[in-house]
Write a new protein. Structure first.
Length: 324
């Protein structure tokens, strides 16, 4: 289960043993060697004023990013700095998603669902008592949350209602590309698909727990999980991809066909360039639990000790090195 990884990971303190923000910015904004400017990651533990584990991240754009975590931790990035927010709960929050800056949802332990209206966070009745691990929606009136024992609840713009999943396995993440193309993944290789009316099971060809899912258009999706598991949807069939690692992968995000990112245990960061996965490990003492970006030059990953990483992508042409 993801909980064992999340709550059992060692806390970190101090700076990360990798290029810090100032160093990364200097490499991005100056120098003449273009090779030094390809997808750098920089970050610091506790940069947002918390040392709690951060477990999920989402934003409406580069100047409006939210991260959530242990003990009801909530932090926000306004484009220049991170700051803490009052969530109103001490329950651990596992996932966050929104349709815009004034419509953001966070989910967590004991059926917790919080909503941000652009001014403050407030609690919403979910009708669930189980842990809710993930949240995603196709719009403000169509939001899904998934959790333990196959629980799925759906928001219609005013209330949350239970859905029939047909399973009892825990669901650990949810994602999609529209109201008729939604995936929920979880324990023992579980993958469910929602076609707009019903949920149905899909064959994943793995028994590993699946912790993250990202979906583009119809027939294009990625899931990640334990033991370095990566599956890609090819039409209607999930195919195995070689990740090059046996470490658990917790989250996946894509900025396009040649830019898919997966993060996980022991500082694992993988990138798929359209043909193969390659590793860009950050810090082996640091596990990462969430990744999200508004585009290739603005990607965030969060993890142990309140760590927040940011990927810097540069224009490496002569005389044009700068952060994009």
């Amino acid at each position: 289960m993801r909980l064992a990884i999340v709550l059992g990971a060692a806390a970190c303190a101090g700076c990360l043993s990798a290029p810090q923000q100032a160093a990364a910015d200097a490499a991005a904004d100056g120098g003449s060697d273009g090779a030094a400017c390809n997808g750098q990651w920089s970050g610091i533990v506790g940069a947002a004023g918390t040392s709690q584990q951060l477990l999920g991240v989402w934003g409406s754009g580069p100047n409006d990013v939210f991260a959530v975590g242990v003990g009801g931790t909530m932090v926000h990035f306004d484009g220049s700095a991170w700051s803490t927010m009052a969530s109103g709960t001490s329950w651990t929050l596992f996932g966050v998603w929104g349709s815009g800056p004034g419509d953001v949802f966070a989910v967590g332990r004991a059926g917790t669902i919080l909503h941000f209206d652009g001014f403050a966070w407030s609690s919403m009745p979910s009708g669930a008592t189980q842990q809710l691990w993930g949240v995603w929606g196709s719009g403000p009136g169509d939001v899904f949350a998934v959790g333990d024992c196959g629980v799925i609840v759906r928001f219609n713009g005013s209330t949350w209602s239970p859905m029939t999943s047909g399973i009892t396995q825990s669901l650990l993440a949810v994602g999609g590309s529209g109201p008729g193309n939604v995936f929920a993944v979880g324990d023992g290789g579980t993958i469910l698909h929602f076609n707009g009316s019903t949920w149905s099971a899909m064959t994943s060809n793995t028994l590993q727990h699946l912790y993250g899912v990202w979906a583009g258009g119809a027939g294009d999706a990625f899931v990640v999980g334990g033991g370095g598991t990566i599956r890609r949807l090819n039409g209607s069939v999930w195919t195995t991809m070689a990740s090059g690692t046996t470490l658990g992968l917790q989250s996946v995000w894509s900025g396009g066909p040649g830019d898919v990112l997966a993060v996980g245990q022991s500082g694992t960061i993988l990138q798929f360039n359209g043909s193969a996965w390659s590793a860009s490990p950050f810090n082996p003492a640091l596990s990462l639990y969430g990744v999200w970006g508004s585009g290739p030059g603005n990607v965030f990953a969060v993890g142990d000790g309140g760590a927040i990483l940011r990927r810097v992508v540069c224009d490496a042409s002569p005389g044009r090195q700068r952060r994009l």
